[in-house]
Design a protein around this ligand. Structure first.
Ligand SMILES: [Zn+2]
Length: 354
């Protein structure tokens, strides 16, 4: 069966209810064991599934409600990291201190729970090697394990490949590599802060590392998600995607997901150079804006994108996950209403263009 036009999906996370946020903090602090926290999180995930199904979304996740954050997941599950070593505003990051050891799966248990509980397509998200390198390598703490940041990135590849193959074998429909660090490179201020003078080289590296994770793995849809990084409704970077488009032409994933609802992404004109070889995941709902879009407003955004990309290659999703970390205070009902408006927009678009 061929997929409908304008299939709807999520980027990953839903805002976690306060009791789930507290539970994850308690688990991290050792006040509750991982085994004891599991059944409570199982019940929470049931409602994350239900929320997305009620909203009418065709491809869903488990809301990422078991994770402290989308990227720290890697450090939680792979040996070699030390928690909270790197200050980053109010959100400390782990740092790699020993060679990586993949001793248990990253997201296979998440999938095992959700897969038998929904008929919908299931997506699982994983952090991409480039952002792991930028977030969790530090010259002081990490040099002994990995003399350079790039060596850490390369060490992530075989681990992520193994994970993708296991997710495929366990019934995941889509795996999405989250690579916000690629999009923030459009912002010269961000590059300056991190001492990056050849951003094009770094963009190529980010794309190539994702390619290495998915190359030759069949039987699962693959995607890459880029965004401007956000916390508490504010973006960490801004700028149109034009500088990244040449690098995206080398991407060997099935879909590249970009934010276009937020004004910081500079509008759809950058899609003029979007590669023909991949599908467009079109961010059409602004997760940072409290106002819930109407289906008509979403349709207008999609029709703008259709000026540049054929409608048969466009999937709809919000700009980003609604709350990439447990500390991110977002509104669950607002996320539901935004997803519902997006699903309604997809129905109307199919009527019009199907
Ligand atoms: Zn994002």
């Amino acid at each position: 069966m061929s997929e409908p036009l304008f299939p709807t999906t999520v980027i990953g996370s839903l805002p976690r209810p306060m009791w789930v946020r507290e539970l994850i903090e308690d688990r991290k602090a050792g006040r509750i064991s991982e085994d004891d926290a599991g059944p409570h999180l199982d019940r929470a995930v049931e409602s994350a599934i239900e929320l997305q199904e009620r909203a009418g979304i065709e491809e869903i996740t488990d809301g990422e409600w078991r994770r402290e954050s989308y990227v720290k997941l890697f450090a939680e599950r792979v040996r070699g990291f030390k928690a909270d070593l790197l200050p980053s505003g109010g959100l400390p990051y782990p740092a790699v201190v020993e060679p990586l050891e993949y001793y248990r799966p990253l997201a296979l248990e998440e999938l095992a729970y959700i897969r038998p509980r929904t008929e919908r397509r299931v997506k699982v998200t994983l952090p991409a090697p480039f952002i792991i390198g930028w977030r969790m390598w530090h010259p002081e703490h990490s040099k002994k394990a990995y003399p350079t940041r790039e060596l850490l990135m390369e060490a992530c590849v075989p681990i992520l490949r193994q994970e993708v193959e296991q997710l495929r074998d366990a019934g995941a429909d889509t795996v999405q590599l989250d690579e916000p660090w690629l999009a923030v490179l459009v912002d010269p201020a961000y590059c300056r802060d991190y001492g990056i003078d050849n951003s094009r080289k770094e963009m190529d590296r980010a794309v190539e590392l994702v390619n290495q994770v998915v190359d030759g793995i069949d039987g699962i849809s693959t995607g890459m998600h880029l965004c401007h990084a956000h916390f508490d409704r504010k973006h960490g970077a801004e700028g149109a995607y034009d500088p990244i488009m040449p690098s995206l032409h080398s991407a060997r994933v099935d879909m590249v997901s970009l934010e276009y609802a937020t004004p910081v992404a500079g509008g759809v004109d950058s899609l003029a150079n979007f590669p023909d070889s991949v599908r467009l995941g079109f961010g059409c709902v602004d997760h940072c804006d409290r106002n819930v879009e109407t289906p008509a407003a979403i349709i207008a955004r999609v029709e703008e994108a259709m000026r540049h990309v054929d409608r048969s290659r466009i999937a709809l999703h919000p700009d980003c996950g609604f709350a990439p970390s447990v500390q991110n205070p977002m509104d669950l009902d607002e996320a539901y209403l935004k997803l519902k408006a997006m699903a309604e927009a997809a129905v109307q678009l199919r009527d019009k263009y199907g």
